[in-house]
Write a protein that binds this ligand. Sequence first.
Ligand code: COA
Length: 156
Amino acid sequence: MQIRAAEPGELEALARLWRDAWQDAHAHLVPAELARHRTLESFRDRLAAALADVRATGPLGAPDGFCMIHGEELYQLFVAASARGSGAAAALLADGEARLATAGVTTAWLACAIGNERAARFYEKHGWQRTGVVTSRLETPDGLFLLDVWRYEKPL
Ligand SMILES: CC(C)(COP(=O)(O)OP(=O)(O)OC[C@H]1O[C@@H](n2cnc3c(N)ncnc32)[C@H](O)[C@@H]1OP(=O)(O)O)[C@@H](O)C(=O)NCCC(=O)NCCS
């Protein structure tokens, strides 16, 4: 499974992937007030601002998964429904962990929506441990939105 840099020319495709995967995994788990801010435009803007920290799977221009790191955090991991169960997510996760380790991170962390059981199972089978519930401070156009999430950690 090849993991590669995300390219500026595929911003739109990555934003659609993120929007669609976010919708099917999270929209039913989070308050509607937060879901209404998660528009295609918002995902495109966030990707554009952090593209250097994004790596992807799938053909150039037609990505089917991506992983973004931020500081000590495995920040975003999203795989298209068609690529789930294929090993793409595991390869993206391993690549993200390796990037964090190269950056000097010794204990990585991530936030997972409470109730996202598939993601929880996935992280746990790859050695991540749930350490508890924490409150994420999510940025929205209306200001900060506080959301309780599961926190996971993994020593690298
Ligand atoms: C989370 C994600 C990256 C995992 O990738 P994946 O390819 O689906 O992962 P895998 O298929 O390797 O592993 C998922 C595991 O959950 C299991 N599973 C599937 N549906 C489940 C459910 N409803 N409840 C619990 N476990 C479930 C699978 O059987 C598998 O476990 P197994 O290997 O022991 O059989 C991917 O599903 C995804 O992108 N989901 C949408 C976005 C998302 O939730 N991202 C994570 C944000 S924290």
